[in-house]
Design a protein. Structure first.
Length: 248
């Protein structure tokens, strides 16, 4: 770790992520780095980054098994000549259910057929895009999903809704389900990136964040959360890595 004498600040708009939140809490004392972290959907996060209102935009895309239309949405406004991506983590998303999965749910078709109460994520979130892509792939009409129009803004919020009995099923992170000891059915593996200007990669704040992502500290933090893989964290890649992610 480099000697950090002057505290740095990075403004980050990002899709909600438990591991990113945990890392942000460690950075001030370990790396003299403060993240001004605003959680929002992936699409608005990229919009904030493209507009120059933040230094970084965090978003996620499926690694495999889903149409690539979502990748095009995430690339909108980004420029290969101007922008780079920092690998953050791969993570599991899927169905979150009461302990033991008493309804024996395995898919969105099961949710529709059994008329189970669903809690959705907000429009513009990467997870909402995933949900819609899976409904389209499985041929399930949104009108058959009870509660499709009911939305929460974070993975922890949808997991808490299931834990409290406010809904029968949600879609979110394995880590959020594990925190509440809920059942989890994995449906997709995805890759989380942080978009950054190419010219900012070597600036102190960004360089410190990259150092942190490549550190043993980050690996230890990640082990506290189920369903994460951080072996490539901190790698700087081009925008073509989004397209490549559906083949790796």
């Amino acid at each position: 770790m480099e000697g950090h004498s002057v505290r740095q600040l990075l403004r980050v708009a990002a899709s909600h992520d438990l591991l990113l939140s945990a890392l942000a809490s460690e950075l001030p004392s370990r790396y003299a780095l403060d993240l001004d972290l605003s959680f929002m959907g992936s699409v608005p996060a990229i919009r904030e980054f493209v507009a120059g209102r933040v230094e970084m935009g965090g978003f996620h895309v499926p690694i495999a098994g889903l149409p690539r239309a979502e990748h095009a949405v995430m690339l909108r406004g980004l420029r290969a000549s101007r922008d780079r991506l920092i690998r953050f983590a791969d993570r599991d998303q899927g169905l979150i259910l009461p302990p033991g999965n008493p309804m024996k749910v395995k898919s969105f078709r099961d949710i529709a057929v059994q008329r189970l109460r669903f809690i959705n994520r907000q429009p513009g979130s990467g997870t909402r895009l995933l949900i819609d892509a899976m409904l389209d792939r499985d041929g399930v009409d949104r009108s058959r999903i009870v509660g499709y129009g009911n939305a929460e803004f974070t993975h922890r919020a949808v997991a808490a809704t299931i834990a409290s009995g406010g809904a029968d099923v949600a879609f979110g992170l394995r880590a959020a389900a594990a925190e509440h000891r809920l059942a989890f059915i994995s449906l997709v593996r995805e890759r989380y990136f942080l978009a950054v200007r190419a010219g900012s990669v070597e600036k102190r704040g960004v360089a410190r964040l990259i150092d942190a992502l490549q550190s043993a500290l980050f690996a230890r933090i990640a082990k506290r959360f189920a369903g994460y893989e951080t072996a490539a964290a901190g790698a700087i890649v081009g925008l073509d890595a989004i397209a490549v992610s559906d083949r790796t």
